[in-house]
Write a protein that binds this ligand. Structure first.
Ligand code: GMT
Length: 374
């Protein structure tokens, strides 16, 4: 198949899923065309059947808000015709579903194009539900040839918020077998935890929805009982406040801010427990990546997280903001090595058995074929 993928190129789950999907499809022999305003994060390097098409939005004094959705629609239509695409798979409804729809309509008399939309989370729960975007999100979902959501929770939320007229199919996020932890850098572990302290890890884009400050609150309570370190991977709007809060709490020397990282697996392998205290999370891809490395997870019980992190099996879940319960869960695991080892095995098994790309990617391929054969 010749597949166009439109997505955000930035540091975030939807772009990562889109990119990893494209890379695996390309390995399987499909021809993949990424279409975005910048090269997607995690798409560095050369791949023989992956092509990248940059969307440029011309500057003009009148454009206080550059019309990216229109430039994207034009590019999608051009690439579909020139590269003879079978379909375009847009990740994150706004603006990808709408731009795809416009592209399809613009060229329908000369070229048949199918549009598939994957909903990722905040495109439904935060941005899409905002009155400024509500009707257009609903409209573009209904115009897609197929729509998927990354969890049952997100499917239900989409139905509740938008009452779509098209079916929403759940296709979970996925991981590949993580690289072995053989080349985990012991020097780095020693630097992060010089006295062998357990390492709590958080990985996100530091948006308010991630509640990064809760990870500091958890560390603070854990430190009252035993030594520990907190490793924060990623960057975003809440990083400065997190750094300031760490200093104000007097725990800054127990926290390492590593910023954005390419090779998250090597870092995840260094950790003991993964923290994801999000306000809302449609799925929690970073937690899945951590689980595949054998990290038990302490997460909030919001959104789709309980579909991924099985309470009392792969980790513990707690109500949003309940830092006391989350730190108690961390302490329970750290004080009980057998329990931690069992949860670690369960986490890895659950990740690889239920979310491996080998079982998830065929679901996308089947959907593509169903849409093309309709
Ligand atoms: O806020 C983020 O984490 C980024 C966002 C995105 O769309 O880039 O992530 C969403 O999509 C991920 C991939 O499907 C999901 O794993 C995340 O749970 C989801 N984020 C939220 O729902 C907050």
């Amino acid at each position: 198949m010749k597949i166009g993928i439109s997505c955000y190129p930035t540091y975030g789950g939807s772009g990562i899923v889109a990119t990893e999907l494209g890379k695996i499809l390309a390995e399987m022999g499909h021809e993949i065309h990424f279409i975005s305003y910048a090269l997607p994060y995690r798409l560095s390097g050369y791949y023989s059947n992956i092509f990248f098409h940059e969307v440029k939005v011309p500057e003009y004094p009148l454009f206080e808000y550059p019309p990216y959705a229109l430039a994207l629609a034009t590019k999608l239509a051009d690439i579909a015709i020139y590269e003879k695409l079978d379909l375009i798979h847009g990740h994150y409804a706004i603006p990808h579903a709408l731009s795809g729809f416009i592209a399809r309509e613009m060229i329908k008399d000369q070229y048949p194009l199918k549009i598939i939309t994957t909903l990722h989370g905040t495109d439904i729960t935060l941005v899409g539900a905002d009155p400024s975007f509500m009707r257009i999100t609903q409209y573009s979902i209904n115009q897609s040839d197929a729509v998927t959501a990354v969890s049952n929770y997100l499917r239900e939320e989409t139905i509740k918020t938008f009452q779509p007229t098209v079916p929403i199919e759940v296709i979970y996020n996925f991981i590949k077998e993580p690289p072995p932890n053989a080349n985990v850098c012991s020097t780095l572990r020693r630097r992060l935890a010089p006295n062998g302290e357990p390492i709590l890890v958080h990985l996100s884009n530091f948006r308010p929805v991630k509640r990064v400050l809760d990870t500091l609150g958890i560390l603070n309570l854990v430190l009252q009982e035993m030594p520990a370190k907190l490793v924060l991977i990623g960057d975003g709007p809440d990083r400065p406040i997190a750094e300031k809060t760490g200093r104000e709490m007097g725990i800054e020397k127990h926290i390492a801010f590593l910023g954005k990282q390419e090779d998250v697996y090597n870092l995840l392998h260094l950790g003991d427990i993964f923290l994801m205290p999000s306000q809302s999370e449609s799925f929690g891809l970073a937690a899945l990546e951590a689980m595949s490395c054998g990290l038990p997870c302490i997460t909030s019980n919001s959104g789709g997280l309980p579909e991924l992190n099985l309470d009392g099996v792969t980790g513990f879940t707690a109500p949003v903001g309940d830092v006391a319960q989350m730190s108690a869960a961390v302490l329970k695991l750290l004080r009980n090595p057998d329990l931690k080892a069992r949860f670690s095995r369960n986490a890895r098994e659950h990740a690889l058995q239920n979310f491996h790309s080998d079982s998830i990617i065929p679901q996308y391929i089947k959907l593509y074929n169903d849409v093309l054969n309709r």
